[in-house]
Design a protein around this ligand. Structure first.
Ligand code: NAD
Length: 239
């Protein structure tokens, strides 16, 4: 295996932002290990709603990569309504599913990546696809999503502060609305002109724009940027 080719595990690479990230990285010559909820021709299947799935994914990715992963991109995510009028059971179930997929699985994979890099000499990078919701909050039906993404940003900062001295770097991207299937229902249900008026840029982001930022973090960002959170929301939430 060529030691100079970066090997990148991208979770949720079957569509949307993850697919755009995989394309951008491949165009740069990286070897991409793809992942989706179910297995596909270019993807390892692992349902991150299952507590054991992150470990199985990491092991399968390492085997596919020949024993070395340089970059982990925590991109897989779930954005589902959870109205407070749901039954206690249904509300708690949806809360826990969101936290597991959007936060816990990312933490499990990050832990395995950190331990992998600590056992070697090359260091590594983690890129987290967080959300504007981490900083601004979300809608009444999405407490869980905002809480999970806020947790992801706190996880990211902790990783950056804890392991920079070992060459293990962490970057986070916080997109606003992005034109993918995840946002489609909301975008379709809202007046495009009213939505655009909330975004000074006048439009939602494309998956390719977020992919450019993620590829920069994965391959190019200077080490001194570790711990940074990069906003990509058309100035709809300027911090
Ligand atoms: P998407 O729904 O198009 O794709 C989500 C990906 O996550 C898919 O590949 C899917 O297979 C994977 N995934 C979902 N549930 C899974 C599970 N249980 N197990 C394994 N994989 C699972 O969404 P997207 O818009 O491309 O979102 C990608 C990331 O960007 C997510 O983390 C999302 O929260 C974040 N984000 C999206 C937007 C947006 O407006 N689209 C905004 C901010 C942040």
């Amino acid at each position: 295996m060529n030691e100079t080719i970066p090997i990148v595990l991208v979770t949720g690479s079957t569509r949307g932002i993850g697919a755009a990230i995989a394309t951008a990285l491949r165009q740069r010559g990286a070897m991409v290990i793809g992942h989706g909820r179910t297995a596909g021709p270019d993807t390892i299947g692992a349902d991150l709603g299952d507590p054991g799935a992150a470990h199985a994914l990491w092991d399968a990715a390492l085997a596919q990569a020949g024993g070395r992963i340089d970059v982990l991109i925590n991109n897989a995510g779930l954005f589902a309504d959870n109205p407070i009028t749901a039954s206690d059971f249904a509300w708690l179930d949806a809360w826990e599913e969101s936290l597991r997929i959007n936060l816990t699985a990312a933490a499990q994979l990050s832990r395995l990546a950190v331990r992998h890099w600590q056992a070697g000499a090359r260091g590594g990078r983690i890129v987290h696809i967080a959300s504007r919701a981490a900083h601004r909050g979300d809608s009444p039906d999405h407490w869980h999503y905002a809480a999970a993404k806020g947790g992801m940003v706190a996880l990211h900062k902790t990783l950056a502060r804890s392991y920079a001295h070992q060459g293990i770097l962490s970057y986070a991207v916080s997109p606003g609305f992005v034109a993918t299937d995840m946002a489609a229902d909301y975008l379709a249900a809202n007046d495009p002109a009213a939505l655009a008026a909330q975004i000074p840029l006048g439009r939602v982001a494309s998956p390719e724009e977020i992919a450019r930022i993620a590829a920069f973090c994965a391959l190019d960002a200077p080490a001194s940027m570790t711990g940074a959170v990069i906003d990509a929301n058309g100035a709809s939430h300027v911090r």
